[in-house]
Design a binder for this molecule. Structure first.
Ligand code: MV4
Length: 580
């Protein structure tokens, strides 16, 4: 086993890995951005190194700063967590070039699975098929017309070098082919810098089922059961469960064996996930995620395995200590994601801010993996996952009831959270009946009347509290404890955000000051200064929260001023155009 591991991540996954290391007697090294100097993962680690910067690009994606921290700390291995550099073959190579172990798959396996076309070909080579379609790039709308005529509509047009659902367009009829191609190419270029697209038959009510695989360096490849992650919104999962319910045992076994074939075929090592779409009893390979996933604890609770401990063992060269026959699934697990987002009216608007108070659930079968504690700040710059509630039950119904019970115990004040939406899903008869699909949250679940869970906080208490103050010396962090008035730890008092100030004094309906509702990137501008526009007309396209959003004018008039061009970053409330 390693004696020292650096965790190239933050938040709950960094905390998860640090805890596993502590249990194994492995020294832990945290890295942190300027905003994370006092973050939970830094508090828990044995050592911490400053990366500098605020945004992900300036900090957790700063290769030089990370390599520097690795050198200074003397870590023998790096755990990338998920996101950031976890599926970056260049980073994995930069690590291994320094004779430091990357706790993850070989760079070549990351590369094969990195684009959908080569991933699909790799699966086809081992006899695992995806949704009927073609791996040829679309160069002519005629190809889509011919495919639609043969297989019927709808047809899915997908970005070849994309992922996470970005750039997928659904064509319902021949008339929509050209605009769908244009839109898919535009999104693909905006997100991935490449515009190659391909097509598949579009499944209208699929479930997202994934298989957890694990491979060691001795050629052993196992599957550790399935998860259903269909309860998601705009490709952000809300609730996951293990095993995938309501699927015949022989189908689950066939999916497990298909996943292992894919892993073996690409020379996989360490933890991975093979994703499938499941519809009407059939399953279709989608892609492989070459990392440990957010939802791995659901698998841990039904297999009894510590997947992070296994990752460390496999990375250290140990063979997997069990065989496929030893893997058994017991009971049912449900993971509920708690994000700092306001689900009111189904909008899921980011709600960063300081966690004024947090009462976490407990009791039989309940686990809470958080990346924050009371008093910590959820930054707008990073993923806003506060924590994950993971429950185990003897069967699915018990697990659902336990998840609801635990969610009701969980109280967070400060940021709004996804808890009300999570409850709406868990208490819905469709979810109980497994009559949901990947489209269900967006198309069926009714979140009207679901209110904001943001709560004002009482900041009048004058008690003293212990604060561990981080002191940085030559880029390395040391901790000093102080007892200070509680006020000092909360200089801003109330943490509920004041009503957002409208920029430029405008923004009110009908004022002609057209604002964007949230932070994002302008990917297309549809009008020019001097143009005459009608109410409801699209002015520009904002890419935000992984989707294209049309920004429309609510008044008719002339474009007096246009404040953005394609490629501009904008913040929520920024005025993009003035219509007069
Ligand atoms: C599909 C599909 C239906 N038919 N492909 C979206 C994410 C990307 N990785 C693949 N996705 C889908 N591909 C065909 N041919 C429906 C989806 C899909 C989806 C898949 C998994 C999880 C959530 C999803 C939400 C919407 C659509």
């Amino acid at each position: 086993m390693f004696s020292k591991v650096l965790i190239a991540n933050r938040g709950e996954i960094a905390v998860r890995v640090i805890r596993a290391c502590q249990e194994l007697g492995v020294q832990t090294v945290a890295v942190y951005s300027d905003l994370d100097r006092e973050a939970m993962h830094v508090r828990l680690a044995d050592e911490a190194y400053a990366l500098g910067g605020q945004t992900a690009a300036e900090s957790y994606l700063n290769t030089d700063a990370l390599l520097d921290a690795i050198d200074k700390s003397g870590a023998e291995a790096v755990h990338p967590g998920y996101g950031f550099f976890s599926e970056n073959a260049d980073f994995a190579r930069a690590i291994t070039d320094r004779r430091v172990t990357f706790i993850g798959p070989p760079p070549a396996a990351i590369e094969v699975m990195g684009d959908k076309i080569s991933a699909r070909k790799a699966a086809e080579e081992v006899g695992v098929s995806g949704v009927p379609g073609t791996t040829d790039f679309i160069t002519d709308p005629e190809q889509v017309r011919a495919f639609g005529a043969e297989h019927g509509y709808p047809v899915a047009i997908k970005a070849a070098y994309g992922g996470g659902g970005r750039g997928m367009k659904v064509v319902d009829s021949e008339a929509e082919i050209e605009s769908a191609i244009e839109s898919a190419q535009r999104e693909a270029t905006a997100y991935f810098g490449r515009d190659e697209i391909y097509m598949e038959r579009y499944l209208t009510k699929p479930r997202h089922i994934e298989v957890q695989v694990f491979s060691d360096t001795h050629g052993n490849h196992l599957y550790l059961g399935t998860r259903d992650c269909s309860a998601q919104r705009r490709h952000q999962k809300l609730i996951e469960e293990a095993p995938a319910p309501g699927i015949p045992a022989e189908t689950l076994t066939a999916m497990g064996e298909a996943a292992v074939a894919v892993a073996r075929g690409c020379g996989y090592v360490n933890a991975g996930t093979v994703e499938f779409l499941y519809e009407d009893g059939d399953f279709y390979y989608l892609e492989m995620n070459t990392r440990l996933q957010v939802e791995h604890p659901a698998t841990e609770l039904v297999t009894g395995l510590d997947l992070v401990a296994l990752q460390l063992a496999v990375a250290a060269g140990d063979p997997l200590p069990f065989t496929q026959d030893d893997v058994t699934i017991t009971g049912h697990a449900i993971e509920v994601r708690i994000n700092a987002e306001d689900p009111a009216e189904g909008a899921f608007l980011p709600s960063p801010g300081r966690i004024a108070s947090m009462i976490t659930p407990d009791g039989y079968g309940v686990r809470f993996d958080a990346g924050y504690a009371e008093g910590d700040e959820v930054s707008q710059f990073y993923d806003n996952l506060i924590g994950k509630l993971v429950v185990w039950g003897a069967d699915r119904d018990i697990a659902i009831r336990r998840a609801v019970r635990a969610l009701r115990e969980l109280e967070i004040t400060g940021p709004a959270t996804t808890i009300p939406a999570d409850l709406a899903i868990l208490e819905h008869p469709d979810f109980a009946a497994i009559d949901h699909s990947t489209k269900w949250v967006e198309d069926v679940l009714d979140l009207t009347g679901v209110g904001s869970s943001a709560t004002p906080t009482d900041d009048t208490a004058e008690a003293t509290v212990r604060r561990d103050i981080a002191v940085e010396v030559n880029g390395k962090q040391f901790s000093v404890s102080m007892w200070v008035p509680d006020q000092a730890s909360n200089p801003n008092g109330r943490t509920k955000r004041a009503p957002r100030k409208k920029s430029g004094g405008g923004g009110a309906a009908g004022s002609g000051q057209i604002e964007v509702p949230m932070q994002g990137t302008i990917i297309k501008v549809e009008v020019s200064e001097g143009d005459t526009v009608e109410a409801g007309q699209v002015l520009c396209v904002l890419e935000a929260m992984k989707m294209e959003n049309n920004i429309t004018t609510d008044v008719a008039g002339t474009v007096k001023e246009l404040k953005v061009v394609a490629g501009d970053s904008v913040g929520g409330g920024d005025v993009v155009a003035v219509i007069g």
